[in-house]
Design a binder for this molecule. Structure first.
Ligand code: PXP
Length: 254
């Protein structure tokens, strides 16, 4: 009976209801780059994140290489055994890198070269021709493509039109409004998620997600497949340690 009950439990909570956690290791690279040498060891950190339960590793190589460097990518590609996600603006140098090292997923982000951090999604209508071409080139190498968008219906539909497999919702605005009005903060994301689910586009999310706002987001955004989290998670790890911190985030995603 107990056995039956356990099995029944397994079937009622399929793994698909759990969003995957991809740890963005850019902040670890930033600390390394502040000195000569290799401390902390980025590759080891990626492997440790995986060993501690992360289901993916995200990197965002920027043209100035202040975070992850282009030269980190081949080593990470060899070592990472979970989902490897490379995100960035698909300028030609970035495209060559991604096509050469074929990660599981490439997330297209429209960030300007000197920007502090990504702060908005694509205008998928204005850049339709460019994005269609980029997506097709990545698909030729069997790379899943996610397009970073604000939670606006027209950009979700635009992402579908350019052939994206997934969207990644920019959650910076959600995180900013969450402390004052969580329901209002999440409403556009929940609405656009329903649209994405209806038209067959997978849903990722990222930016400023943290231990306070993550569970509510996961509960409200139907079909959330993956979150990529860097800044808050690495900051929390200073207090709780990397292993505990990853477990804390994973718990919020169940
Ligand atoms: N998603 C994208 C597209 C990003 O550019 C970033 C930041 O590099 C993140 C997610 C992660 O954001 P955060 O570091 O605030 O968790």
């Amino acid at each position: 009976m107990l056995y039956f009950a356990e099995r029944y439990y397994c079937f009622t909570i399929p793994p698909s209801t759990m969003a995957r956690l991809s740890v963005n290791i850019n902040k670890i690279a930033l600390i390394r780059n502040s000195r000569k040498g290799n401390l902390p060891d980025l590759l080891q950190a990626a492997l440790d994140c995986e060993a501690f339960g992360a289901q993916g590793i995200t990197v965002h190589p920027r043209p100035d290489e202040r975070h992850v460097r282009y030269s980190d990518i081949p080593l990470l590609k060899k070592a990472v055994t979970t989902e490897f996600n490379i995100e960035g603006n698909p300028v030609e140098q970035f495209m060559e890198l991604v096509l050469q090292y074929a990660p599981t997923q490439c997330t297209l982000v429209p960030d300007a070269p000197g920007v502090l951090t990504s702060d908005q999604g694509w205008d998928t209508l204005k850049h339709r021709t460019f994005l269609t071409d980029v997506v097709a080139r990545l698909h030729e190498k069997d790379i899943r493509v996610s397009v970073f968008v604000d939670a606006e219906e027209r950009h979700v539909e635009g992402a579908k039109a350019v052939g994206a497999d997934r969207i990644e919702f920019y959650t910076g605005n959600y995180a900013a409004l969450f402390p004052d009005n969580p329901a209002q903060a999440v409403e556009p994301h929940a609405r656009c998620a329903r649209l994405a689910n209806n038209i067959g586009v997978g849903i990722n999310a990222g930016h400023d997600l943290n231990l306070d706002n993550l569970r509510f987001y996961k509960e409200q955004v139907e079909g959330l497949l993956e979150v990529s989290i860097g800044h808050a998670l690495i900051s929390d790890a200073l207090y709780f340690g990397l292993q505990n911190t990853i477990q804390m985030y994973l718990r919020l995603l169940r």
